[in-house]
Design a protein around this ligand. Structure first.
Ligand code: NOJ
Length: 573
């Protein structure tokens, strides 16, 4: 029997993968157009020195994996100096490396090896806040110029009994007041996230210049772009109006208790993003490098996301995380995908985020039967696929007790509600193999415990198996490099009530069709009748638990899809 890999390779020749055009290679301005971006959570990826914490040398050691998986770029969650109150998103020096992760030399070595392998490197740029241990904050507390204005400081209010109160009702994303009193400066500072993450003041031109210098520093060190953190939190209204209640049944100090009309998505954000995009584009023009990608984290509405495209940047598309889940129906997926594709401006690149370090793992969110569904869906849709390390092997959340919890979002929520907020379950160490600590570390004590299932669920095992999540993932990253997927027309359709179909066609290059059965029972589909695809087709790839074999011929007018199965068909015509 053909292995999935062999079949995939054979079919790809059929689909017409072309050698890269040398001329276009010279300055590849939009290398990300149909790329796969692989997110690395450095703390949990690979520990090279046995301290139980992942590090840069560990990542460098494992870079071949990114290449082997077929990703085009890696995005590193923050690696900068940090007291790690929010595991790296609290930065005490934007242009240096956290001691436990390594040094700038290690970083240079990582970039050099990635370049050799042809893998682009994206960094996490965290503009909204620094750490309270950053020099700027320490000077701001002391009102030393110009740092005195680098953060969002306000006087308190006086309460009915003469007591000191925060300036307004704003809440932190991680719960409780977003204002913290500073005894030395005798003012409150605003922090959208943990207390140790004071918000930076983007109404201050000097601060804006400092942050632009940070971008330039890393571009000079060879990075290919940035994932921009929490970008829609950058501004708050200056008049400090209280935010309205959301009406949600949550505790009064839970972030969701309020609607965030005055602290999120403010229009000024787009001006700052435009200036960063210009900075990146100018750098590319001046240094004749490949394009620099800026991809933004903003959990927001489609119109507000689209506004980022209009200033030249790319907003993450979080629909598979924020809007859809394992209870969604075929029509829900169709509607959401249509909404995005209808809204995106002509010529702009879509992206499809499958998972990240802030949300339950895709295999947990969608359940065992459907864990491959999004691998296939994100691969066939036009644009960029964004995956989180471990999703390519179907890693699942590890349940945590409150006592084990270290994520501030979980700790702040307290013992009764931590499980609703904590992000520890999706951050456990990468499962490389069946050895000590899943091959993540030589130490048995790792910063977060390794999931118990690592002896059977690991990369090494999946490389050996003829059919595995990893083999399937590799097949889909290959598929993304074919002309049909890179340039073909896209149709998002239903083939009956429970079957979502995505068809990509390119004249002379064939037709690629994804069918997803949203019912847990088998369904019969006349794919010819519903989708008008060619009669002669074979299976290119199928979800692992479907039992369907790559390479098998399919009777297109009478396809039987097993319950919960996802399958990609390929026709030469
Ligand atoms: C979004 C990041 O993805 C998350 O991990 C972090 O806690 C917040 N922004 C604050 O930086």
């Amino acid at each position: 029997m053909w292995s999935l890999f062999f079949v995939s390779f054979g079919l790809l020749v059929g689909i017409g993968a072309q050698p890269t055009d040398k001329a276009a290679k010279q300055q590849n301005l939009d290398w990300w157009k149909t790329s796969v971006i692989y997110q690395i959570y450095p703390r949990s990826f690979k520990d090279s020195n046995g301290d139980g914490i992942g590090d840069l040398n560990g990542i460098t050691e494992k870079l071949e994996h990114i290449k082997d998986a077929g990703a085009d770029a890696l995005w590193l969650s923050p690696i900068y100096s940090s007291p790690q109150k929010d595991f790296g998103y609290d930065i005490s020096n934007f242009t240096d490396i956290a001691e436990e992760y390594g040094t700038l030399d290690h970083f240079d070595q990582l970039v050099a090896k990635a370049k050799k392998l042809g893998v682009k490197v994206l960094l996490d740029f965290v503009p909204n806040h620094s750490s309270d241990e950053h020099e700027w904050f320490k000077k701001s507390v002391k009102r030393i110029k110009p740092y005195d204005e680098y953060f969002v400081w306000r006087d308190g209010k006086i309460g009915p009994k003469g007591e000191r109160l925060p300036p307004n009702n704003w809440l932190s994303v991680f719960g409780k007041s977003a204002w913290e009193w500073n005894e030395e400066r005798k003012q409150y500072f605003y922090h959208a996230f943990v207390v140790g993450q004071p918000d930076l003041n983007y109404r201050n031109p000097k601060l804006r210049q400092e942050m632009e210098d940070v971008l330039t520093f890393w571009m000079k060190r060879g990075v290919d772009g940035f994932r921009v953190d929490a970008v829609n939190h950058m501004f708050e209204v200056a008049n400090l109006r209280d935010e309205p209640r959301s009406g949600k049944a949550v505790p009064v100090d839970d972030y969701d208790f309020l609607d965030h009309t005055y602290t999120r998505d403010l229009n000024e954000t787009y001006g700052v993003v435009a200036s960063w995009q210009k900075l990146l584009d100018n750098f590319v023009a001046q240094h004749k490098t490949d394009g620099k990608l800026m991809i933004l984290e903003a959990y927001t509405s489609i119109p507000k996301s689209m506004q980022f495209y209009s200033v030249g940047a790319n907003p993450f598309n979080f629909m598979f995380i924020a809007d859809l889940n394992q209870n969604s129906k075929a029509i829900d997926f169709k509607r959401k995908i249509d909404d995005w594709l209808n809204a995106i401006p002509e010529g702009k690149v879509s992206n499809w985020v499958v998972g990240n370090h802030d949300n339950h793992r895709v295999a947990t969110r969608y359940g065992e039967k459907r864990e491959d569904q999004l691998t296939l869906l994100s691969a066939i849709l036009p644009g960029i696929t964004v995956v989180y390390n471990g999703d390519e092997i179907g890693m699942v959340d590890r349940p945590f007790t409150y006592a084990e919890t270290v994520d501030p979002a979980g700790c702040n929520a307290g013992p009764d509600r931590y499980h609703l907020k904590s992000r520890d379950p999706e951050r456990t160490p990468y499962q490389w193999d069946a050895t000590t600590s899943a091959g993540f570390s030589t130490s048995t004590k790792t910063w977060l415990p390794v999931h118990d299932n690592y002896k059977t669920l690991n990369l090494a095992a999946q490389k050996k198996d003829a059919v595995s999540h990893y083999k399937l993932f590799q097949a889909t990253t290959k598929l993304k490099k074919t002309p049909v997927i890179q340039k073909g027309r896209t149709e998002v359709l239903l083939a009956g009530e429970n079957v979502l179909a995505v068809v990509r066609r390119l004249s002379g290059q064939g037709t690629v069709t994804l069918l997803i059965n949203f019912s847990d029972k088998p369904v019969k589909v006349d794919a010819k009748g519903w989708l008008n695809i060619p009669m002669k087709a074979q299976i290119y790839a199928a979800s692992v638990k479907s039992g369907l074999k790559a390479g098998a011929q399919v009777k297109v007018d009478d396809v039987t899809l097993p319950g919960a199965a996802s399958v990609i068909l390929y026709s030469r015509a």
